[in-house]
Design a protein around this ligand. Structure first.
Ligand SMILES: [Zn+2]
Ligand SMILES: [Zn+2]
Length: 115
């Protein structure tokens, strides 16, 4: 079992599939993502909390529809076609409402020199 896990890791998003696919969700922070979750990232924004490991999946259309801030909306629209899986420092459980600002924040300010 140990050897098998070294070869393939459990997907950090669904925690149901084994995968060898890596994705960098935040600078220097890699997770494992299975093909199914990568596929669903085309239609959904996926956030993974680096604090507690919670995973949040929101349909892109729904996120865009709810956004009223034009700047934020623009930032989300820019990455609407990308497969977004993003690591966040806190999730809605740690800090309600903070999650909505993450994609916008990441697009607007490049976190250079931040580790
Ligand atoms: Zn998965
Ligand atoms: Zn959290």
């Amino acid at each position: 079992m140990e050897d098998f896990l070294n070869y393939k890791r459990l997907c950090n998003v669904c925690r149901a599939e084994l995968t060898t696919i890596n994705a960098e969700v935040a600078p220097g922070w890699q997770i494992h993502v299975c093909e199914k979750c990568l596929e669903s990232a085309k239609q959904n924004f996926i956030w993974i909390c680096m604090h507690c490991g919670n995973v949040y999946i929101r349909p892109k259309m729904l996120v865009l529809k709810r956004l009223t801030d034009p700047m934020l909306k623009h930032a989300y629209q820019q990455c609407a076609d990308e497969q977004i899986i993003q690591g966040i420092d806190v999730c809605v459980e740690c800090e309600p409402d903070a999650i909505m600002q993450y994609v916008g924040a990441a697009k607007n300010e490049k976190k250079d020199g931040h580790c």
